[in-house]
Design a protein around this ligand. Structure first.
Ligand SMILES: Cc1cc2nc3c(=O)[nH]c(=O)nc-3n(C[C@H](O)[C@H](O)[C@H](O)COP(=O)(O)O)c2cc1C
Length: 328
């Protein structure tokens, strides 16, 4: 699949997830088979760009290209200015967030709340695509509620406004994360436009990936929650799509090494104090289906230094090796 001048090496993308897809996680997922990893959303309000949290989000040092930055906002001029600022900061693809149902985002009529206002969507897209000379992509939901699935109309507006690719999460804004993603609307969107369409929502296994590709005809898949604690899911799915055979299940030792490498990157990126705290949720995701995961999580949550955290992990994986793997 192409996004403007960029030919992606495969058709599996890491979904943007605020609080999850920071630079260390993006780099790890790219190494393990994701062809593109979109940043956590960054505000269109550039007055916030000096804040520490935003500085982390704007940091792309050493990240493999193409570097994709997601912007969230509702004001066309502010989004255009933020787009230019991010291009100056290294963004090679800009992604616009019209898919986030978070109250904090929708309260200011940004994220998926924008889908209610098709005229404003058109203005935003035209203003941003005109303001920068890198490709601009768009992420949407299928509509704002099940009675108003206007994803096809939004997709046509996107195409007419010069958007280079469209990612669609198969739920409406009102649905939040409840129920199951539906893929018929994504299929309809794919049939309605010529730009690449990326299907997203509940893709959590190689079989599901094959099913969603077949049902939607999408050019690529975007994976979010299933990559948490399982960043090798991209390799797993790519192998299955290419060969029809399952990728070998990684050994506990390989997972241990992958986790420790991930944590070292987090400590380095955020510094020890914040790194240890950001690491807690990732550690919990890596071990969630393992024996004794609950008690282990409690110990991890009360460890405050890098040394304690790595020591707990060492002991956990040692026990796994001697007592066996899976949760009861
Ligand atoms: C913790 C979390 C944070 C998210 N943050 C963003 C975000 O910053 N921008 C965005 O467009 N979508 C965001 N999403 C939505 C995901 O990109 C994705 O569309 C959604 O999780 C469905 O895909 P999945 O079923 O593969 O997780 C977030 C989702 C989660 C779970």
């Amino acid at each position: 699949m192409h996004i403007g001048p960029y030919k992606l090496a495969g058709n599996l993308l890491l979904a943007p997830m605020a609080g999850v897809t920071d630079r260390p996680f993006r780099v790890l997922c790219r190494r393990l088979g994701a062809s593109l990893a979109v940043s956590e959303m960054v505000s269109a309000d550039t007055a916030l760009y000096g804040r520490r949290k935003t500085l982390w989000r704007l940091d792309h040092q050493g990240e493999p290209g193409p570097i994709a930055v997601q912007l969230v906002g509702a004001d066309p001029a502010a989004l255009a200015a933020a787009a230019q600022r991010n291009v100056d900061g290294g963004a090679q693809i800009l992604d616009l967030n019209m898919g986030c149902p978070a109250k904090k985002v929708c309260r200011v009529a940004a994220g998926s709340a924008l889908l209610r206002d098709e005229v404003l969507v058109g203005r935003i897209l035209e203003t941003v695509t005109t303001a920068v000379d890198v490709p601009v992509t768009l992420k949407i939901r299928t509509g704002w509620d099940p009675q108003h699935r206007n994803g096809v109309r939004i997709a046509r507006i996107a195409e007419a406004s010069g958007i280079h690719a469209l990612a669609v999460h198969g739920r409406t804004c009102a649905c939040g994360f409840s129920g199951s993603a539906e893929y018929e609307t994504i299929r309809d969107i794919k049939r309605a436009v010529a730009i690449p369409v990326v299907a997203n929502g509940d893709i959590d296994s190689p079989h599901k990936a094959r099913e969603v590709l077949a049902c939607t005809g999408a050019d690529a898949l975007m994976i979010g929650r299933a990559a948490q604690g399982r960043p090798w899911i991209f390799r797993e799915i790519a192998h299955f799509l290419a060969t029809g055979r399952r990728w070998r299940e990684p050994s506990a030792q390989w997972i241990h090494e992958t986790l420790v490498g991930h944590l070292q990157d987090l400590y380095e990126f955020y510094g020890e104090h914040t790194g240890v705290r950001v690491a807690r949720k990732h550690i919990a995701w890596y071990v969630r289906s393992r024996r004794d995961a609950v008690a282990f999580r409690e110990r991890i949550n009360s460890s405050c230094t890098r040394r304690q955290q790595l020591g707990e992990i060492e002991r956990f994986f040692d026990r796994l090796a001697t007592k066996g793997d899976r949760a009861a």
